[in-house]
Design a protein around this ligand. Structure first.
Ligand SMILES: NC(=O)c1ccc[n+]([C@@H]2O[C@H](COP(=O)([O-])OP(=O)(O)OC[C@H]3O[C@@H](n4cnc5c(N)ncnc54)[C@H](OP(=O)(O)O)[C@@H]3O)[C@@H](O)[C@H]2O)c1
Length: 303
């Protein structure tokens, strides 16, 4: 079994972006601008946003965070988005999800300029993905494909199962794998015979949000296992059941352990697998940086 090392691949991608930004700055005098809007004080969201900001700054991206109060009226949030839509120094806008409950996600996102939609979640951008008419993809699905490419894994003709159908991961990734000629089964909470379907798959992608949900007995020997899930566990019995030894040590120091949606015992049956943490997570951040650079090049007409 081979580990698909997201940290290593992400750091190589980031180094390439950093060099390209230096070069573009010397040509144009400009640097890519990424602004993240965060509403409320969800600790996980705050941690993700801080991480993205730190990496963006390291790469020479002009990164800004706009922090808004949890009870902000929809109209004020939309006004803020529209200001950024008009701002020539911001080529990439990210609205950190989830939004507080009183805000309707799509009523807000619909006001984002499609060309500045760095997550590529807007219907027009998802439509281009479905039709295989774009080279800019949502960050997590793009990160998954880059890991496969880096390891020269060709998905053409493979039986792939995508467990989870969110618009952030499952739906776009199922389309992207289909466009690469995999035979894709897209599953969700109403799927009846999930274990049988997983057993037939050469490639299993899990984006569910349930620790260790895909168990070793479900997985075919030699399958490629891609674990998008990121679950924080705070109870010792859960950490012992679902986390690697390294995460168990972390739990002793920090009070939590992280694990994915694929049970760690399944990895020994695989040909390749992504660890959690250190797999898809770092790739998502690297691809956010790459998308920011792509949008910058489109909007200042460098391509
Ligand atoms: N590593 C990264 O960079 C990254 C990025 C994004 C997300 N994530 C992680 O990936 C996980 C999923 O995220 P998401 O945003 O896609 O989640 P989400 O919007 O909550 O979607 C979860 C999906 O899992 C399906 N599901 C739930 N229970 C199931 C079951 N018993 N059997 C089969 N399918 C089931 C749901 O089905 P229904 O549609 O029927 O409800 C839904 O489609 C989370 O752990 C999240 O933290 C990681």
């Amino acid at each position: 079994m081979n580990i698909l090392d997201g940290r290593q691949i992400a750091s190589e991608i980031q180094e390439g972006i950093k060099q390209e930004i230096i070069q573009l700055k010397s040509q144009t005098g400009k640097t890519p601008g990424l602004t993240v809007i965060i509403v409320g004080e969800n600790p996980a969201s705050q941690a993700y946003v801080r991480k993205k900001h730190k990496i963006a700054q390291k790469l020479g991206i002009n990164s800004k965070i706009i922090e808004l109060k949890a009870d902000i009226p929809a109209r004020q949030l939309i006004d803020q988005i529209q200001i950024l839509n008009r701002d020539a120094d911001t080529q990439a806008i990210l609205v950190q999800l989830p939004l507080p409950e009183h805000l309707n996600t799509w009523e807000i996102l619909d006001h984002l300029s499609p060309e500045k939609d760095v997550d590529r979640f807007l219907p027009v951008n998802l439509g281009h993905i479905l039709l295989n008419r774009t080279h800019i993809f949502p960050c997590t699905p793009a990160g998954v494909l880059r890991m496969l490419d880096y390891n020269q894994i060709d998905v053409s003709g493979l039986n792939a199962i995508m467990v989870g159908r969110s618009f952030i991961v499952g739906k776009p990734l199922a389309s992207m794998l289909t466009n690469r000629n995999a035979t894709v089964t897209l599953c969700h909470s109403k799927t009846r015979n999930l274990p049988e379907l997983v057993q037939q798959a050469d490639l299993v992608v899990a984006a569910i949000g349930k620790p260790g949900f895909i168990t070793a007995d479900m997985v075919k020997k030699g399958a490629i296992l891609i674990d998008v899930g990121q679950n924080f566990l705070y109870q010792e019995n859960q950490v012992l059941e679902y986390c690697t030894e390294m995460q168990q040590q972390k739990f002793k120091k920090k009070g939590y352990g992280i694990t994915g949606d694929i049970h760690i015992k399944a990895f020994s049956k695989s040909s390749h697998y992504t660890p959690v943490p250190g797999g898809v997570g770092p790739m998502t951040v690297a691809l956010l940086m790459e998308n920011t650079l792509q949008l910058f090049k489109q909007q200042v007409h460098i391509e």
